[in-house]
Ligand binder design. Sequence first.
Ligand code: GDP
Ligand code: MG
Length: 367
Amino acid sequence: MVGGFLGAGKTTAVGQLARFLTKRGLKVGLITNDQSTGLVDSVILRKAGWAVEEIGGGCFCCRFESLSKAVENLTESTRPDVFVAEPVGSCTDLLATVSYPLRRIYGNRFRVAPLSVLVDPVRAARVLGLAEGRSFSPKVLYVYEKQLEEADLILVNKSDLVEPQQIDELVAELERRYPRAEVLSCSAKDGTGLEPWFERILETETGSLPTLTIDYQTYAEGEALLGWLNCTVALEADAPFDANALLLDLCRGIGQRLEAQDLEIAHLKATLDADTEGQLAVVSMVTSDGAPDVRESLLDRVEGGSLIVNLRAEADPELLIRATDEALREVLGACAGLHWKMEHEEHFRPAPPVPVHRMTVGGGTAS
Ligand SMILES: Nc1nc2c(ncn2[C@@H]2O[C@H](COP(=O)(O)OP(=O)(O)O)[C@@H](O)[C@H]2O)c(=O)[nH]1
Ligand SMILES: [Mg+2]
């Protein structure tokens, strides 16, 4: 499982890991997960050619039977040697509710690799008090910190984004605070520093580290402070348009509206799939005050396609749909001859987590 908070780089790292394993001659099956359906991550990974099962409508721990079903489906279609699963970025207590139950069920056929938890260095420096900048409220940070507390491996990702000295400081602080984890640094984007992580995944196993002592009430309240929005819009244009620029404008438009209300984005992702072989436009933002990141672009103008927006922010979901709706009208309306239709839209706060299994090791209690 490749965990970590929203926007830390999990999907990017999963893609790199899948590539590495394939080069080693291993077959991979990927599992994505969300509280709702219509996931940008599934589109990105499928478009890259991987076998992907998406579990929507709840996290792995609460929909454990869907995780088993996804494993079965992938086994039927692909017979993977390795399954790589990306849990929802607002989930924690994954050792007790997913890793250890998986080991109990599949332990005779599979080895359960260490739980990796990725962090974004800019976000982590703010959360750990090493840098200034807007962060989240204490209950959201409770979830963030619990994720780190249970990690077998912590990966400080995006090492290309900040000075090496900042990475060193962050690694030292994480080692001090979370002594049971091994802390590594890498850039999932440019591939630097990933080999040691790959080796740990291939060669070691999740330990029998004590499971978390966790207050599920605070966890549920922290998760519910995050508003969630997924929407899919069908686009059709009279003349070819620049989808890369359109996604950038859309993300900027949503970001500016939330920033103006002092609301913090955890992750905003938008993608346009124009049914072009192996090509996709994808733009992402991981803070309200940061610049949008063009993670993939289309080479040519397109005449339509499927636009998906996934937004997670510490905000009332009503404000998220208002900001998204306004930005969509502004940006799509400015594109002459573009017709659009909202095909799927959901905005909500995640429901309290109710895990199917909870296997404790070393006395970690849930209250
Ligand atoms: N600069 C930089 N950006 C990265 C890196 N890894 C991921 N990102 C970007 O961070 C954003 C979130 O990445 P994603 O993989 O979707 O994160 P997830 O929400 O944890 O799955 C995207 O804009 C990525 O392009 C990295 O190593 N360096
Ligand atoms: Mg992801």
